[in-house]
Design a protein around this ligand. Structure first.
Ligand code: GLC
Length: 752
């Protein structure tokens, strides 16, 4: 047997079942177990605790022995996972194994680009593959459930958690959500090297007032169904095993007890069969919302709304026994929730294989293929925003390169949600360029400025990270001039600017999207030196690049590209990778434009002089860079846009075709995007809506025809007057091209 086959076999040693267990068998086994359980043991299965990350929280093994806990999160040490599992399996009365959960958001040991970056690849296959690799690493240490994908639509870049999602568009967001669920879960729940997904945060979290994390979301009915819900529905349709409601209140009702979301939509409309876990302490915090009167009331309202498991607060553990005793919740309701958790554990094979093979962890972590995938992904998420005079790609013959900026030589490339201390240090921008150019070139770094959050990061505090000591006035001056001098004594300058990794993510919203600190001033001073200068952005949200675009000829949006980020960036800068990414979110000209997104309604006669429909008198109303935008080192041309028929009856399908050609001198990918607009009907509809995309590799000179199907599914929308889905008879505009401002246009009619 070839070595690879042997290695492959040993790597799937943790496999529980070669195929899914028949559902009838799952149900029978779960019901059989349920019948033996006491009320306390049942409630134990609905209780999850943080392990080891909450300061001062000590957890005794007795809580496991007594069956009072069914799940832990934040355990990433396989030895500890096995030890606690033995307590549950060997020493509890019914030997029910623990389910370990963790935030595997964009990698575990090997950190991949952040989710917003992965969305910028517009590459479903890559996204699925990467989340599968992350699942393999996480499951190797005993994590069998990830609190991902996060699918919250975000149209306010002040909101820190925009980095965790797929941007502003429900169609792109839905495809990304489904690809992530497939990647995490594999062919079936319990497949070897895979984990259960948990789609979150249900729903409308990204619409927080002012972009302030956790703040209220007020979302009208049609926007809920047409914008914020679709990615969740896509994840449910893709089979997500679980779901997590959001922290905030939606239209005044906390999501954790929101029966519209958890009953009307999730269970009734979507027939969701999985289980629901609250967000951290959010069952207890129903009191914080001024919604629940007491902890017992909080437990009652979350449980009866449909939250099966209480994450972290032990409110269920303390309050459900009395609620059951008093009959406020019934045995039937309790059993239904517990059954969902038992079935998930049975599908995972945890009863047959509760432990991990610690000896295989190093092998799984050290797989070169995972690092290679991280490097490939880091290049595929890059978006080329500007390349005046074809400054890029840079020549590999360059002798002296200056890497200037606070993000040129740091681990910030990893991005947020890299809590597992199992991850490796990033290949920095400096490392990557040095590796690329070899010893003939002199690659020097200078931070130039220091940037820091005004308030400490919640996660840095949790992890005990020590903030860098603040530079004194003398150091500030010295570093700035050192950076400018370095630029003067170099052949080319790579500016590495943006945000530190904890400047986006949870509890990391901002009141401005300007480059933090004095980076703009550094950029202008360095650009004024007059050397070929490229700006590489390391960030997890749209930033105000209006100034940068006025001073720097080339800009690459690299996002937080992950552990191989420096190599990925060097591959792009020196032409070994041709950037093909596209923006999954609009880049405003300034904070004042927020919210600004492409799928807006046409509310007034377009004023072409202002270049947009609504009017500011102090700056254009159009964004700096539109949704779907991204350049390449080659050029593409679109032609021959056509529909399969000039009209179609309601419910019918039409095919849209377009030719795309690589008219440049080198191979490259173009993301062909299809947009539609309904001209009239029972509601105003957005001027454009994405309804198809494909990332297409093309050799120089190659031309391909790309086809998209447009059926009722793509044309229907939720109408708030009719409180339901409608498909109007109307004339439709169709555009196809390389971004949301594409000009190739045609029309078709939908008749009664
Ligand atoms: C956090 C986040 C959620 C995460 C959970 C567990 O507060 O809101 O996304 O999965 O707690 O870490």
């Amino acid at each position: 047997m070839k070595l690879t086959a042997v290695v492959a076999l040993s790597l799937t040693a943790g496999a529980a079942f070669a195929q899914a267990i028949p559902e009838a068998q799952v149900r029978r086994r779960a019901e059989g177990l349920l019948a033996k359980m006491t009320p306390e043991e049942k409630i134990g299965q609905l209780s999850q605790m943080f392990y080891g990350i909450i300061p001062g929280m000590k957890i005794s093994d007795d809580i496991i022995r007594q069956g009072k806990i069914g799940s832990f999160l934040m355990i990433t040490d396989p030895v500890l996972a096995n030890r606690l599992q033995h307590v549950a399996v060997d020493e509890s009365r019914l030997h029910i194994p623990l389910l370990y959960g963790f935030d595997v958001i964009h990698g575990f040991h090997t950190i991949f680009p952040v989710p917003l970056a992965m969305a910028a690849s517009w590459d479903r296959e890559l996204i699925e593959r990467v989340q599968g690799l992350a699942a393999r690493e996480a499951s190797a240490v005993g994590v069998r459930w990830t609190f991902a994908p996060m699918v919250d639509i975000a149209r306010d870049p002040r909101w820190g958690r925009i980095v965790e999602g797929a941007g502003e568009d429900p169609y792109l967001g839905s495809k990304v959500a489904a690809a992530q669920v497939r990647g995490f879960q594999g062919p079936y729940d319990g497949a070897a090297d895979h984990v259960l997904a948990c789609v979150k945060h249900f729903a409308g979290y990204g619409a927080a007032d002012g972009g302030r994390d956790y703040d209220s979301s007020w979302v009208p009915e049609d926007r809920m169904w047409n914008v914020y819900l679709p990615p969740f529905h896509a994840a449910v349709e893709a089979g997500s095993a679980s779901l997590m409601p959001a922290y905030m209140d939606l239209n005044g009702i906390p999501a954790t007890a929101n029966t519209f979301l958890l009953r009307e939509v999730l269970r009734k409309a979507w027939k969701f069969q999985g289980f629901v876990v609250s967000d951290a302490f959010s069952v207890r915090d129903l009191q914080t919302h001024g919604f629940a009167a007491t902890p017992e009331d909080a437990a009652f309202r979350a449980f009866t709304a449909g939250v099966d498991m209480d994450m972290g607060s032990m409110t269920y553990s303390k309050q459900l026994p009395a609620l059951l005793q008093s009959g406020k919740i019934s045995k039937t309701e309790l059993d239904a929730a517990v059954l969902r958790l038992l079935e998930a554990k049975i599908r995972l094979g945890l009863f047959e294989h509760p432990y991990v093979d610690v000896s295989r962890v190093a092998t799984v972590f050290d797989m070169a293929s995972t690092r290679e995938a991280a490097r490939e992904a880091g290049a595929r998420v890059a978006v080329l925003l500007r390349n005046e005079g074809n400054v890029l790609p840079l020549a590999k013959s360059i002798q002296r390169v200056a890497v200037i900026g606070p993000l040129g030589n740091t681990d910030d490339l990893l991005g947020s949600w890299t809590l597992a201390n199992a991850h490796e240090h990033a290949v920095t921008v400096v490392d990557g360029i040095r590796e690329k150019l070899g010893s003939n070139a002199r690659v020097e770094a200078a931070p130039g400025v220091q940037i820091a959050r005004r308030y400490p990061s919640f996660f840095d505090m949790l992890l005990g990270a020590k903030p860098e000591p603040k530079w004194d006035a003398e150091r500030v001056k010295a570093e700035f001039s050192r950076a400018v001098d370095l630029a003067r004594n170099s052949d080319a300058v790579v500016l590495a600017l943006g945000e530190k990794q904890q400047m986006s993510g949870e509890a990391a919203s901002r009141s401005s999207i300007d480059l933090p600190g004095e980076q703009e001033q550094l950029l202008e001073a360095v650009a004024a030196v007059g050397k070929p200068t490229v700006l590489v952005l390391i960030n997890g949200r749209p930033l105000n690049l209006t100034g940068a675009a006025a001073h720097v000829p080339a800009i690459v949006e690299a996002w937080y590209p992950g552990v191989e980020g420096g190599n990925s960036i060097a591959d792009v800068l020196f032409g070994d990778a041709n950037p093909g990414g596209k923006l999954p979110v609009t880049f405003p000209r300034s904070t004042g434009q927020i919210p600004i997104y492409y799928a807006h309604n046409l509310t007034h006669q377009p004023d072409t002089s202002a270049g947009f429909t609504s009017r500011y008198w102090d700056e254009p109303s159009s964004p700096l860079y539109p949704f779907g935008y991204g350049l390449s080192y080659t050029q593409f041309a679109f032609s021959n846009l056509r529909v399969s028929a000039p009209s179609v009856a309601r419910g019918g399908k039409i095919t849209v075709s377009v030719d795309v050609e690589n008219t440049g001198q080198r191979a490259g990918d173009e993301v062909v995007q299809l947009y539609i607009h309904q001209r009239s009907g029972s509601a105003s509809r957005p001027v454009r809506e994405l309804k198809g995309f494909e990332r297409v590799p093309l050799a120089a000179g190659q031309k391909r025809t790309i086809e998209f199907a447009l059926g009722a599914e793509e044309r229907r929308y939720w109408n708030s007057a009719k409180h339901g889905w409608v498909e109007d008879a109307s004339k439709f505009d169709v555009w196809a091209g390389g971004d949301s401002t594409a000009s190739p246009h045609t029309t078709f009619d939908v008749s009664e």
